[in-house]
Design a protein around this ligand. Structure first.
Ligand code: AP5
Ligand code: MG
Ligand code: ZN
Length: 218
């Protein structure tokens, strides 16, 4: 099963991708997480991406397609992939079609997660992540069960993203509307677009996504 979760910053792509990975064994492929790992490692890709990400612009298609192709070459993606934050431009969407075709695979569904702008800003401003295992939390909407302790791995260390401030979030939203939103029409025309209400609670969004997957198998 190959799925795309399509939606603006803070729509819940990362949150739901991780749930899909745990439940079904599809691998989450988050280009944002891969770029942040490249920055931490100080690699060439990381050096190219850092300033662009900090101001909320898109990293070049060439760089992105390079890291995605490399990731899809690994054996652990054979059960399927949840693409999180990729593709983000028509050129990336086109290249993904070709990459899947080259592997004898296809895209099973594109799930668009719709959330109002003001809610997105609130979600992103309150987001934090376990520094050890990457589990995502929110100051208000998704707190750890015991304050300051990661539910998944017990770590006491958390981090916040440098691009998670209100100014950059608004810039990222503009970039999304201009460069990524046209993909909604692109996938609608191809007949594999499904829309879910991303405003609902995390568990209800999971149910809506599961319903889309059931519909595909029926
Ligand atoms: P990326 O890392 O992809 O960030 P993004 O698209 O801006 O999305 P986010 O990760 O901010 O949001 P999300 O939808 O994953 O939300 P989450 O589940 O965390 O990209 C970062 C940058 O990298 C880009 O700006 C660009 O520079 C570069 N980049 C990446 N991919 C690229 C590409 N393909 N091409 C070019 N450049 C690229 O949820 C947010 C918060 O809300 C969390 O705290 C969560 O707990 C909470 N939450 C989630 N769901 C709910 C809910 N239903 N109700 C209440 N709270 C919720
Ligand atoms: Mg994310
Ligand atoms: Zn953890």
């Amino acid at each position: 099963m190959n799925l795309i979760l399509l939606g603006p910053p803070g729509a819940g792509k990362g949150t739901q991708s991780k749930i899909l990975e745990e439940k079904h064994g599809y691998k989450q492929l988050s280009t944002g997480d891969m770029l942040r790992a490249a920055i931490s490692a100080g690699s060439d890709v990381g050096l190219k991406a850092k300033a662009i990400m900090d101001r909320g612009d898109l990293v070049s298609d060439d760089v992105i397609l390079g890291i995605v192709a490399e990731r899809l070459g690994k054996p652990d993606v054979s059960n399927g992939v949840v693409f999180d934050g990729f593709p983000r431009t028509p050129a990336q969407a086109d290249a993904l079609d070709k990459m899947l075709e080259g592997r004898g695979q296809k895209l099973d569904a594109v799930i668009e997660m719709k959330v109002d702008d003001e809610v997105l800003v609130k979600r992103i401003s309150g987001r934090f992540t376990c520094a050890k295992c990457g589990k995502g939390y929110h100051d208000e909407f998704a707190k750890p069960t015991a304050a300051g302790v990661c539910d998944a791995c017990g770590s006491l260390e958390f981090s916040r993203r440098p691009d998670d401030n209100e100014k950059t979030v608004r810039d990222r939203l503009q970039v999304y509307n201009k460069q990524t939103a046209p993909l909604v029409d692109y996938y609608h025309k191809k007949g594999n677009l499904h829309v879910v209400d991303g405003m609902a609670d995390i568990a209800l969004v999971t149910v809506a996504i599961e319903n889309v997957l059931k519909g595909l198998k029926a």
